[in-house]
Ligand binder design. Structure first.
Ligand SMILES: [Zn+2]
Length: 243
C-alpha cells in the first residue's frame, strides 16, 4: 500500500473506533437503563403494595361496619317482637335468635378491630416507603439524565465520524477495504495494526526480518500470521523508537 493509502486506512480506522464506541454503548444501553431504573421500580412497587394493603383494610373495615349496622337493626327488630311473644316456645326461639345475633356482633367487632389494626400498620409504614420511593426516583432521574447526555454526545461523535469516513472509503483500495470490513465485523480492534519494534501492534507477534522488509516495501496488503490483522508500516512509528 502507498503511504497515502495507509494514512487513509488508519484515519478510517480512527473514525471507526468512534463508531464502534457508540455501537457498543447502544448495545449496553438496555442493561444500563435497567440498572438505573430497577431500584426505583422496586421501591415504587413496595409503596404500591402497602397502599393496596391499606385500601383493602379500609374497604373491609367499611364492610364490617355495614354488616354490624344490619346486625344491630335485626337485633332491635327481634327485641320489639319479644314484647308480643305469645308462648314459651316462641320466647325460647326468639331468645335463641337474639343470642346468635349477639355472637355475630362479637365476631364482627373482633374482625373490625383486626382490619383497623391492619390499616394502622399500613398507614405507619407509608411515609418511610414514600420517602424511599421518591429518593430512588431522584437518583434514577439524575443517573438517567447523565446517561442520556452521554448517549447524545457519543451519537454526535458517531455521526460526525460517519460523515468524515465517506471520502476516505474511496482512498483505500477495494481489496484492503473488503478485508478490513471483515475484521471490523469480527470486532477485535485494531483491524489495521501498525508495526512497532518489528512486531504487530495488534497481538505483539514479532515478524521475521524478511517479512518486515516485505511489509515495508510491498504494494500488496500483508497480514499478521498470528492474528490476521492488516500490517502497515509507518516510517515515523519506527523512527520514534529508533528501529
Ligand atoms: Zn498480529
Amino acid at each position: 500500500m502507498t503511504p497515502e493509502e495507509i494514512t487513509a486506512l488508519l484515519e478510517l480506522q480512527e473514525l471507526d473506533l468512534k463508531l464502534i464506541e457508540y455501537e457498543r454503548h447502544q448495545k449496553a444501553l438496555p442493561g444500563l437503563v435497567e440498572k438505573i431504573e430497577g431500584p426505583a421500580r422496586i421501591a415504587r412497587a413496595a409503596l404500591e403494595r402497602v397502599e393496596a394493603e391499606l385500601a383493602v383494610a379500609r374497604a373491609q373495615q367499611r364492610n364490617v361496619e355495614t354488616e354490624l349496622a344490619t346486625n344491630n337493626e335485626n337485633f332491635k327488630k327481634l327485641q320489639t317482637k319479644q314484647m308480643a311473644v305469645r308462648n314459651q316456645i316462641e320466647a325460647e326461639a326468639l331468645q335463641h335468635e337474639l343470642e346468635a345475633l349477639k355472637d355475630r356482633a362479637d365476631t364482627l367487632e373482633e374482625t373490625g378491630i383486626r382490619w383497623v389494626e391492619a390499616a394502622d400498620t399500613a398507614k405507619e409504614r407509608l411515609p418511610e416507603l414514600q420517602e424511599a420511593a421518591e429518593a430512588a426516583d431522584k437518583v434514577a432521574r439524575e443517573a438517567r439524565e447523565k446517561l442520556d447526555a452521554k448517549t447524545g454526545e457519543l451519537k454526535r461523535i458517531h455521526d460526525e465520524a460517519s460523515e468524515l469516513q465517506a471520502p476516505l472509503l474511496a482512498q483505500v483500495p477495494n481489496r484492503v477495504l473488503g478485508y478490513y470490513k471483515r475484521l471490523r465485523g469480527a470486532g477485535k480492534t485494531p483491524f489495521a495494526a501498525v508495526i512497532r519494534k518489528g512486531a504487530c501492534s495488534g497481538c505483539g507477534f514479532r515478524h521475521p526480518p524478511q517479512k518486515l522488509q516485505e511489509i515495508k516495501g510491498s504494494k500488496r496488503m500483508l497480514t499478521c500470521e498470528q492474528c490476521g490483522r492488516i500490517q502497515v508500516w509507518r516510517e515515523e512509528e519506527e523512527e520514534k523508537i529508533g528501529f
